[in-house]
Write a protein of this length. Structure first.
Length: 390
């Protein structure tokens, strides 16, 4: 990317950001009657989220939006709605409803850890610790990683995926709040394994990586949602960016910080002109393939997290990128017509099927629940020294 060119791109101003967060909170409030005892589907269909039960890996993103709206407005309606969902999340983990996977951080950091931090609600704390206890049962000593999906130990399931980096903060929090170091130890062992396997020499990332269930030996990296095994899936690269800076904040390991910078550099060097990636970095300007705005929202959050802790020069660098990327989202990706769409951020992609991946088309050029959440988190981060839920 030509540095002179991108340095001239406009940046989102605080007044634009505050107005956008006001609009986002108003949209969340309009959705509460439909989505308090039920949850938004993972992605929209024809730009409309459908109500679902608390059974998906994505349900926590909607609760996270409600908590962010409460933080911004101090409106008790949001707090009351979020606490209703906290109790539902406690029921889910207590009864073991669709929790045999690694996405418990996505579910419980944004619902229950957030609820504990914002209100001191003991149900929220208890449920989040139960979720952390469940998550560490997926740790495989042979290979030293948290198994993503499926029956434990079976060869076709014996793998990690890069998304899990965002589940690790639940474990760091659990060690902090309980005083038990087991959780953080497993988180650190997992990220060490993951970073040794999923980061290529050019600092692009591999989506998922298999291990030998008998020896724990690393076997091969493939994709599940990317364009091909050798490509860089845009959301996976974003998980790498955000996951490394969050793990650095907990561990202060300089090797993890270096990985954050290198993975981020790859991301930035492969962006199209409007700074919002296509769903895979195989595609760029001129392609007819769909974008994934959620990837950009995730990276903005990561860059603003980095700016809190790095030296002044690096903080300014990442802050500028974050404001430029946010300006693009505000101008071209924010939902403008509430009568047409009940989400927040357009042009996301959940799954894009190709001849060489294993997923089916779903949520292509739609709103995605995580995209909406990270968009709101990013807006919040610009306006305050945010006490993260992660």
């Amino acid at each position: 990317m030509n540095q002179a060119w991108y340095s001239e791109l406009p940046e989102a101003r605080d007044e634009e950001i505050r107005a956008a967060l006001d609009r986002a909170c108003a949209r969340v409030q309009r959705n509460l009657p439909q989505f308090t005892t039920q949850y938004q589907s993972a992605c929209s269909t024809d730009l409309q989220y459908k109500p679902i039960a608390n059974t998906d890996w994505t349900n926590g993103f909607w609760t996270g939006e409600i908590w962010l709206a409460y933080e911004h407005t101090q409106n008790e309606q949001f707090k009351n709605a979020a606490l209703i969902q906290v109790r539902d999340f406690e029921r889910r983990i207590a009864q073991g409803i669709q929790v045999d996977h690694h996405d418990l951080g996505f579910l419980y950091s944004l619902s229950c850890v957030a609820g504990w931090k914002l209100t001191g609600d003991e149900t929220a704390r208890r449920a989040a610790l139960m979720a952390a206890d469940k998550l560490i049962t997926r740790f495989q000593e042979k290979g030293e990683f948290i198994q993503a999906w499926g029956e434990m130990g079976v060869a076709e399931n014996y793998r990690l995926i890069i998304d899990c980096l965002l589940n690790l903060p639940l474990l760091y929090w659990a060690s902090e709040t309980s005083g038990d170091p087991r959780y953080a130890d497993i988180a650190q062992r997992h990220i060490h394994t993951a970073m040794n396997c999923v980061v290529r020499e050019d600092y692009s990332t591999i989506h998922t990586f298999y291990f030998d269930p008998h020896s724990g030996k690393p076997l091969r990296g493939v994709t599940h949602q990317g364009n091909r095994d050798g490509s860089a899936w845009a959301r996976g690269q974003a998980w790498g960016v955000y996951g490394t800076i969050l793990s650095y904040q907990y561990t202060q390991d300089p090797k993890i910080l270096t990985l954050f910078e290198k993975i981020s550099d790859y991301y930035l060097r492969h962006l199209p002109q409007d700074l919002v990636p296509f769903w895979d970095f195989d595609f760029t300007d001129g392609s007819s393939e769909p974008r994934d705005s959620s990837s950009a929202a995730i990276v903005i959050c990561a860059f603003l997290e980095a700016a809190r802790t790095l030296d002044q020069q690096k903080a300014a660098y990442y802050s500028r990128w974050a404001r430029q990327m946010m300006k693009s989202l505000l101008d071209h990706y924010e939902v403008k017509d509430d009568s047409r769409c009940n989400g927040l951020l357009l042009h996301g992609t959940y799954n894009r099927s190709t001849p060489t991946n294993t997923c089916r088309n779903e949520g292509v050029d739609e709103c995605c629940s995580w995209g909406d959440y990270y968009y709101m988190e990013a807006l919040t981060r610009f306006l305050k020294d945010w006490n993260r839920y992660w």
